[in-house]
Design a protein around this ligand. Structure first.
Ligand SMILES: NC(=O)c1ccc[n+]([C@@H]2O[C@H](COP(=O)([O-])OP(=O)(O)OC[C@H]3O[C@@H](n4cnc5c(N)ncnc54)[C@H](OP(=O)(O)O)[C@@H]3O)[C@@H](O)[C@H]2O)c1
Length: 307
């Protein structure tokens, strides 16, 4: 029987377990994918802890995981876009990808280009489409200066690179160990903490035009009040309260979620124009350790599970 991550109640990483489950069956319009790699995301930890119960309640026993890459093992009736044996990148909205086998709607799958590693492919969806939507929301153009908070995290590391394609200057807020990575990817690193606004102003030149916030913790307020960024050119993927207070945008995964965006990001990786940094790869059995690491909140890029 195939193995999958399950949890039976809200709680800390200790509620996560890997169990044998019924083999899923592809229905009409669906494909069964044998997962080669699946990224993990902070939102999954928040759901598992019950912190998002009002908006995204869990039903038990719950699976988890959105991101996936793997091999199509079966297709259901009416599926023509993918065939058995295809190497695919995709996603599920059913909290199910942290497993050996997952059933997904065929339209949630795009081909895996040969130049995209399984790990990058499996980690691409949530962080990739979120970064894409956030950068698009602030509308960057040549000559602009843009700041990204959480610049070396899963979403931030991709946002920095996407923004770098369209603007003059990208300033990335990150801890010291990530500064070299940011420089190597065309961004100017600035440490967060006390004095961050002065640090940004010191390298920004005349003005800051746009701000992508992937961390929360007061960056929307800082962007408006200390950096003078227009609220419509600020996007936060995490701080909805601040967005409401200041009139900033909240475009995130839902706004970017489409096979077209996923395929576009995969093509950029394939051409060597986008890197998904892989911080660590864990076996599915080590799912607790993987989230322990993620929940320290200092991951560079993505953590990936391999069944
Ligand atoms: N709404 C959506 O659709 C959506 C989608 C994806 C993610 N999210 C949310 O967005 C957030 C980021 O996700 P992610 O996957 O990018 O997380 P992540 O990979 O865990 O990244 C965390 C980042 O936070 C930075 N950080 C830690 N402490 C900080 C501080 N005090 N000040 C500033 N930055 C700090 C870290 O930087 P250093 O390592 O340099 O310290 C790291 O880059 C999460 O809260 C997640 O739930 C929302």
């Amino acid at each position: 029987m195939p193995r999958a991550v399950r949890f039976d109640r809200y709680g800390d990483v200790d509620v996560l377990k890997v169990v044998e489950v019924e083999r899923p069956v592809a229905g009409a319009g669906e494909a069964l994918v044998r997962v080669k790699a699946a990224g993990i995301n902070p939102g999954e930890a928040s759901i598992r802890k019950g912190l998002l119960h009002d908006r995204f309640p869990a039903t038990f026993p719950s699976g988890e995981g959105s991101d996936l890459a793997g091999l199509v093992e079966e297709v259901g009736p009416g599926v023509e876009a993918v065939s058995v044996g295809d190497e695919v990148i995709g996603w599920t909205d059913r909290r199910a990808s942290h497993a050996e086998l997952v059933v997904v709607p065929a339209e949630h799958l795009v081909p895996r280009p040969a130049g995209v590693s399984w790990e990058a492919a499996g980690a691409l969806f949530v962080a990739g489409v979120t970064a894409y939507a956030a950068v698009r929301a602030v509308g960057v153009s040549p000559g602009d200066t843009l700041v990204v908070s959480g610049a070396a995290g899963g979403v931030g590391s991709i946002a920095v690179q996407l923004a770098r394609r369209g603007v003059g200057t990208v300033i990335g807020l990150a801890s010291e160990p990530n500064h070299e990575w940011l420089r190597d990817h065309g961004a100017i690193p600035v440490s967060y903490g006390a004095g961050v606004a002065d640090g940004i102003r010191a390298v920004a030149g005349e003005r800051v035009d746009a701000f992508v916030d992937t961390y929360g913790g007061g960056y929307v307020k800082l962007a408006v009040e200390k950096l003078g960024v227009a609220p419509e050119r600020i996007d936060t993927i995490i701080d909805r309260a601040a967005a409401q207070e200041y009139g900033a945008k909240t475009e995130a995964s839902a706004a970017g979620s489409s096979p077209e965006v996923l395929a576009e990001l995969a093509a950029l990786i394939n051409r060597g124009e986008l890197e998904v940094p892989i911080a660590k790869v864990f076996a599915l059995e080590d799912v607790r350790e993987a989230y322990r690491e993620l929940e320290r909140r200092h991951t560079r890029g993505k953590i990936v599970l391999v069944p």
